[in-house]
Design a protein around this ligand. Structure first.
Ligand code: HEM
Length: 221
C-alpha cells in the first residue's frame, strides 16, 4: 500500500489516504448519530452531567468534520489548489481546536472511566493544539517540509479515536482464549477492561505509523 500520504508531486491519491477517507466517511454517521440527533439515551457512554452532554454534542460532530477535512488535505489534487488547501486547512484548525482542545480536554478531565482512560485521551487532546501550533508556525515561516511532517503527526492524533475503535475488537479477539479465566466468560467485562488500553494504543500506534511514513518520505525524497 502506498503510504507517502501524497507528499510526492503526483496527482494520484495514495491508497492509505483513500482508505482513511472511506473509514472516516463510514464511521462518522455511526458515531455521530446520537449526538447530531440530540438523543442522550442513544449515547454509547455513560453521560453523567448536562455539561458533559453539551460538550459531547459539540465534540463529536466537530471531531468527525475535522477528521474528514484533515484527510482531504492529503489528496494531491486538492493540495495543488493552494486557496482550497489554505481554506480547508484554516477550517480544520478552527474546528479541530473546538473538537480536541475546547471540548476534548474538559471531556477527558471529567470522564467517569478512571485514570487510564482519562490520561489516554488527555494526552492526545493536549498534544493536538501543541502540534497544530508547530505545524502552523512552520508554514508561516515558509518551511513546507516541516509543515507537512507536523501535519502528518497532527492527523495521526486526530484519527486516534477511530484507530482505538478498530484496535479494541482485535484486542478482544486476542483475549478469547483467556476470556473465561480473566473475565468469568463475561464479554462486557472484557470490553470495559480493554477500552482504556485501546485509548492509549490508538494514538501510540498512529504516531508510530506517522513517524515511519515521515522517515520513509525523507529517505525517498
Ligand atoms: C484528538 C482526538 C480526540 C480526543 C482527544 C477525543 C476525546 C474524547 C473524550 C475525552 C471523550 C469522552 C470519553 C469519556 O468520557 O469516556 C470522547 C468521546 C467521543 N468521541 Fe472523541 N476525541 C477525539 C477524536 C474523535 C474523533 C475523530 C471522533 C470521530 C467522530 C470522536 C468521536 C467521539 C465519540 C462518538 C465519543 C462518545 C463516545 C461514543 O459515543 O462512542 N472523537 N472523545
Amino acid at each position: 500500500m502506498s503510504t507517502d500520504l501524497g507528499t510526492t508531486p503526483t496527482t494520484r491519491t495514495p491508497r492509505l489516504v483513500l482508505a482513511i477517507l472511506v473509514v472516516a466517511l463510514v464511521a462518522t454517521p455511526v458515531l455521530a448519530f446520537p449526538y447530531v440527533m440530540l438523543d442522550r439515551s442513544a449515547s454509547r457512554i455513560d453521560v453523567q452531567t448536562d455539561l458533559a452532554w453539551i460538550l459531547l454534542v459539540i465534540h463529536v460532530p466537530s471531531a468527525a468534520t475535522a477528521m474528514i477535512l484533515g484527510a482531504l488535505q492529503f489528496v494531491p489534487r486538492i493540495r495543488a489548489r493552494r486557496p482550497v488547501h489554505r481554506a480547508i486547512g484554516r477550517t480544520f484548525l478552527g474546528i479541530g481546536t473546538l473538537a480536541f482542545m475546547v471540548t476534548g480536554i474538559p471531556l477527558a478531565l471529567s470522564t467517569p472511566d478512571g485514570n487510564i482512560t482519562r490520561f489516554g485521551v488527555l494526552v492526545p487532546a493536549t498534544l493536538w493544539p501543541v502540534v497544530a501550533l508547530i505545524a502552523w508556525r512552520a508554514i508561516r515561516r515558509g518551511d513546507v517540509v516541516r509543515h507537512r511532517e507536523w501535519m502528518i503527526r497532527l492527523y495521526a492524533i486526530t484519527f486516534f479515536a477511530i484507530t482505538t475503535r478498530m484496535l479494541v475488537p482485535l484486542m478482544l479477539l486476542a483475549q478469547v482464549p483467556v476470556m473465561s479465566s480473566w473475565y468469568d466468560g463475561d464479554p462486557q467485562a472484557a470490553v470495559s477492561a480493554s477500552i482504556p488500553y485501546g485509548q492509549w494504543l490508538g494514538w501510540i500506534v498512529n504516531l508510530a505509523l506517522a513517524e515511519w511514513i515521515i522517515r520513509r518520505t525523507r529517505k525517498t525524497s
